[in-house]
Design a protein around this ligand. Structure first.
Ligand code: AQP
Length: 410
């Protein structure tokens, strides 16, 4: 802040020196000068100073608003029903949510069915996939009583808030996001929904006044969009939301790589099924996929994510499955070739996946139970979203202010 203020002062000193220099060069007296065009220049500069000082002080206020102080801590995250969940989704999202819940956080997890429309979505596949993702969240250990598990489209407020936020977002900002540029470059007819994806994501969080969002590194920029929208909303209408903060893990669980091409992340939509380990995979399937995982020609096992992405990904998976740090995993692998180490990693993963897979099979046989959880979750989510949206509607003028509406009712 001090630096910003100092720069601001220096800028003003330079400006007035320039004015003085212009006066001397043009041989105009100050009186003549201010009676001419320069008075307009002077006025506009004064306006600029006024605007900047306002910005300076309002920025100062913003920086003093710390997440979690004014707003109760709430974790919000979503999973798209775009396919069967894999170890990346498990380590990177589900298990983290379960851990946060165990630490006492208020965790809301939703199945992001509306988001899944930004890619190609087959109508007949949406319901079974939605149930499957919900079942995976429960199988991973998420407690629906302590948290809230629901389907995004069951709470219409996500879409309603998205519209209001979309009117505050700029095309230039959204079109500049790397994930949009990458996805849009791969298709001919780019749907507007793809551009709006981060705005809907912002609405998903803000409609519950989410303060913390467990995200992967690739989502950090989307969270910046959400933070920017909060600032714009506050500036235009008043305070309605906290500024959401990314919860980035320090164990690398947000960056599980494809087993076939370690330069890419493990993904549901990768056309190669050997690139990912599913939560429903049998032990044999897991062993086979790990055996086929791409490494390199160096036989020793080391952890060098930049230069040896393949083997380091295996080390990472080993660590996450057995709760180790990379140094421990590497020392366990001492004297083993990559092929032998793959057996160690596969065994660790089999042990880790087995209980989740068993619970998933159990839930698959009882879809009514999962549906009940989702119905109950949606009812609770709607109550929370309605409360926030009512405030938004008041601030934006969509509803009369509470005091006035009371008078109108009486
Ligand atoms: N490879 C990954 N490593 C760690 N975390 C990951 N996540 C996804 N892939 C990895 C996390 O899982 C959560 C749900 O992701 P999503 O369903 O929103 O979709 P995504 O991020 O686009 O993941 P996919 O599996 O790659 O899906 P598709 O193929 O449909 O795009 C998120 O928290 C995400 O960070």
């Amino acid at each position: 802040m001090l630096n910003e203020f100092t720069l601001f002062t220096i800028f003003n000193i330079i400006f007035y020196k320039m004015v003085l220099f212009t006066i001397l060069c043009s041989k105009l007296t100050p009186t003549k000068m201010f009676s001419m065009k320069s008075s307009a220049l002077f006025t506009s500069h004064m306006k600029c100073i006024y605007r900047n000082s306002n910005r300076f002080f309002s920025d100062k206020c913003k920086s003093e608003e710390k997440v979690g102080e004014a707003w109760p801590r709430r974790v919000v995250t979503g999973l798209q029903p775009t396919g069967e969940l894999h170890l990346g989704n498990y380590f990177g999202a589900l298990r983290r949510c379960v851990q946060l819940q165990e630490q006492g956080d208020d965790v809301m997890v939703f199945i992001a069915d509306l988001h899944s429309f930004t890619g190609r979505q087959e109508a007949g596949e949406l319901q079974p996939r939605t149930l499957q993702v919900a079942a995976a969240a429960l199988a991973a250990g998420l407690c629906p009583e302590r948290g809230v598990l629901f389907v995004q489209s069951a709470v219409a407020r996500h879409a309603e808030l998205c519209w209001l936020l979309a009117c505050l977002a700029t095309h230039a900002r959204l079109a500049h996001l790397p994930q949009y540029k990458e996805k849009a470059a791969a298709i001919k007819e780019v749907p507007v929904g793809l551009l709006l994806y981060p705005v809907l994501q912002a609405a998903d969080i803000l409609v519950y006044r989410g303060t913390h969002v467990p995200v992967g590194a690739d989502q950090a920029q989307h969270l910046q969009v959400a933070a920017q929208l909060v600032r714009t909303f506050h500036h235009r209408y008043g305070r309605a939301f906290p500024t959401p903060r990314a919860l980035l893990p320090d164990d690398g669980s947000d960056r599980i790589r494809s087993l076939r091409d370690p330069s890419k992340k493990m993904s549901k939509s990768d056309p190669d099924p050997k690139s990912r380990i599913l939560l429903t995979d049998s032990d044999d399937a897991i062993r086979l996929k790990i055996r086929k995982a791409v490494t390199d020609f160096t036989p020793q096992v080391t952890f060098e994510p930049e230069s040896r992405a393949g083997v380091s990904n295996l080390v990472r998976l080993h660590c996450l499955a057995r709760d180790l740090v990379p140094e421990e995993a590497v020392s366990e692998a001492e004297g083993l070739t990559s092929a032998q180490y793959k057996e160690v990693v596969a065994s660790a993963l089999c042990e880790c996946v087995a209980p989740v897979r068993a619970r998933l099979a159990d839930l698959a046989a009882r879809p009514h139970l999962v549906r009940d959880v989702l119905r109950h979750g949606a009812a609770r989510a709607r109550l929370r979203a309605d409360e926030v949206y009512e405030r938004v509607a008041e601030l934006t003028g969509l509803r009369p202010p509470a005091a006035l509406s009371d008078r109108l009712v009486n």
